[in-house]
Design a protein around this ligand. Sequence first.
Ligand code: GAR
Length: 199
Amino acid sequence: MLTARIAVVVSGGGTNLQALIDAQGRGVLQSGSIALVVADRAGIGAIARAEKAGIPCVTIVRKEAGFEEGVLSAFREHGIDMAVLAGFLGIFSADFIRRFSGPIINIHPALIPSFCGKGFYGLRVHQAALDYGVKVTGATVHYASEVVDGGEIILQKAVDVLPGDTPEILQKRVMEQAEWVILPQAAELVAARIVREKE
Ligand code: GAR
């Protein structure tokens, strides 16, 4: 079966990458296959997950010059059709987004337009939600655009904030109840569209 070739770009532990790998195993993700993992620094947990799953993985250091060129050429070498930013903590430039011809989707751990944009990443997002006192938060998968966290929304899922939550507790609940559910679903939706266009 024709599938869209997916690159997953990661900066951390890689639990969202794992959710994508598991979804591929279960057939939730079936229109796309994970063909490449790009890690933006050495030694992160996501690399071990990619290796365990037998997925080609390259490390391209984000803090070094030529990062975006390196990612674009890795995408070309591996024939990548779409990219999934799964816990990628950098920001791709408008030039990068223009130059990669396929869709790029991103998971954000809040209900956009709340708690998003520059500086809102990882635990900071959950700290901001707790500081504000919202009773509901969640996760959003959206297309990456030249505006940080500003591209078209694909899927969202709400999660309750509970008394006594710390940023760590809330992050875990948002991951389990929302991120790991909607990221594979959104990847499937976008991959299925690419496959339809290819056929
Ligand atoms: C996830 O919660 C993801 O939503 C968030 O970083 C975490 C990475 O975890 N991404 C952002 O904050 C992007 N603005 P993971 O490496 O275990 O998937």
